[in-house]
Design a protein around this ligand. Structure first.
Ligand code: HEC
Ligand code: HEC
Length: 200
């Protein structure tokens, strides 16, 4: 518990916005825990059955965001039957460890980013938080670059219809025109960034 308290103090000092205090993650421990996750997240193109969309890429995702997402599933503030089951038995330390492991994958690529000739003017509204190249500027906010196109669309629709609740992103998604959802998803999915976490 001493590490928990220390990490919490350090994070409070760093936090730009009120986020839950976070334990310090151990990537090596997280790798062990992460094996069970590869059954879905480690298979290129693996899909959620209904509605049908590809399971999100997690490799290189921001650790703070991964923790928020996993706590959300575990604590019932983010709904998804399979992921609620996966997160149910994870402690705060497990979550910090697995987040540290996943965030460490593909780090070089993610730091580099790259627009590869794609452009979409309306994406400028998103870059203040999700980064110029879709690489998030804050550990608590998700990187979008390279994420699956259909997953990004699905997530945006969820914020718009209220099935996924987040005050910040809910307000942002409400400003997006229906016809731009697919274009934004296409734009961010084509940037260089996140990776599928493949078993070694
Ligand atoms: C049976 C398939 C399956 C397994 C096993 C699984 N996941 Fe998931 N995971 C999904 C699906 C589907 C989603 C998208 C859910 C949604 O739309 O909210 C998801 C979403 C996530 C997200 C949110 C990503 C984002 O961008 O918001 C995280 C984090 C995550 N999973 C981590 C894990 C971890 C860690 C494990 C192992 C302990 C795991 N998952 C095991 C299917 C799975
Ligand atoms: C003020 C900061 C901010 C802006 C601007 C913003 N977002 Fe977000 N976005 C967030 C935060 C914070 C989250 C995580 C919310 C949560 O935990 O569900 C998020 C989550 C998302 C997700 C879910 C990612 C995942 O892995 O599940 C998508 C997709 C997304 N944003 C797309 C966009 C798009 C497209 C725009 C521009 C139209 C945009 N955002 C503008 C802060 C922002």
């Amino acid at each position: 518990m001493k590490t928990l308290a220390g990490a919490a103090t350090a994070l409070l000092a760093l936090a730009l916005f009120a986020q839950p205090a976070v334990a310090e993650g151990d990537a090596a421990a997280g790798k062990e825990l992460g094996y069970t996750c590869l059954g879905c997240h480690g298979i290129e193109g693996y899909r959620n059955a209904y509605p049908s969309y590809r399971v999100p890429k997690l490799g290189g995702q921001k650790a703070g965001y991964l923790e928020i997402a996993l706590r959300g599933y575990r604590d019932g503030t983010r709904q998804h039957p399979t992921m609620e089951g996966q997160a149910a038995s994870l402690s705060d330390q497990d979550i910090a460890d697995v987040a540290a492991y996943l965030a460490s994958i593909g780090g070089d690529t993610v730091a580099a980013g790259g627009t590869q000739g794609v452009s979409f003017d309306k994406a400028a509204a998103c870059t203040a938080c999700h980064g110029q190249n879709g690489i998030s500027v804050n550990a608590a906010w998700p990187t979008l670059a390279g994420q699956h196109e259909d997953y990004i669309s699905h997530a945006l629709q969820q914020y718009r219809d209220g099935t996924r609740v987040d005050p910040v992103m809910g307000a942002q998604a409400a400003l997006v025109a229906e016809e731009d959802v697919a274009r934004l998803a296409r734009y961010f999915s084509r940037l260089e960034g996140l990776e599928t976490t493949k078993p070694e």
